[in-house]
Design a protein. Structure first.
Length: 174
């Protein structure tokens, strides 16, 4: 197909809507920076031989769709710094213990336990950190006791309290 700048015409409509596309078409042709498209479907870009992820554009965040490794379509966004964030596909366990897995791979795990005055090694109540545990924090449950935490691995931590106490914890990783 040969490019013909005479098409679309000023009376050409988008689908069967009453809106003509001439003002937007002119903005696209002249690369008008005030044109902010509300939705762009970039699904299945791999099939066209185009890069899987669009290029970042200054002062904009672009949303796009592509298939994940299992072939399911997922929503993504790319910001002006070329940071791509997955917007769909997370999961949540809203219980105690529980965890949330964000679409970008970040994981938060929470739970409760009992601590004594000596350091004790504990295992997270739920598995879920595939790669790393970055930090763990928490507090004594309903008391003035202080509780300290130390990471051991992606599955274990150490805890110690100023006196025997129940505690709540939150751990973050990926």
């Amino acid at each position: 197909m040969v490019w013909d700048k005479t098409k679309p015409q000023g009376s050409t409509k988008i689908r069967n809507l009453g809106v003509v596309i001439t003002p937007n078409w002119e903005a696209i042709e002249t690369a008008d920076s005030t044109l902010l498209l509300q939705a762009i479907n970039l699904a299945d870009r791999d099939a066209l031989g185009i890069a899987s992820d669009p290029t970042a554009i200054a002062d904009s965040v672009i949303t796009f769709c592509k298939k994940d490794a299992s072939g399911k379509p997922q929503g993504y966004a790319i910001d002006p710094d070329s940071l791509i964030t997955k917007l769909t596909g997370g999961s949540l366990t809203a219980a105690n213990p529980g965890k949330v897995v964000f679409p970008n791979g970040l994981i938060i795990i929470w739970g409760t336990g009992a601590a004594n005055t000596a350091w004790a090694e504990k295992t997270f109540a739920l598995t879920g950190f595939t790669n790393n545990c970055f930090n763990i924090t928490g507090s004594a449950n309903g008391s003035t006791n202080t509780v300290g935490f130390d990471l051991v691995s992606k599955t274990k931590y150490k805890v110690k309290a100023s006196s025997a106490s129940a505690y709540h914890y939150f751990a973050i990783g990926n």
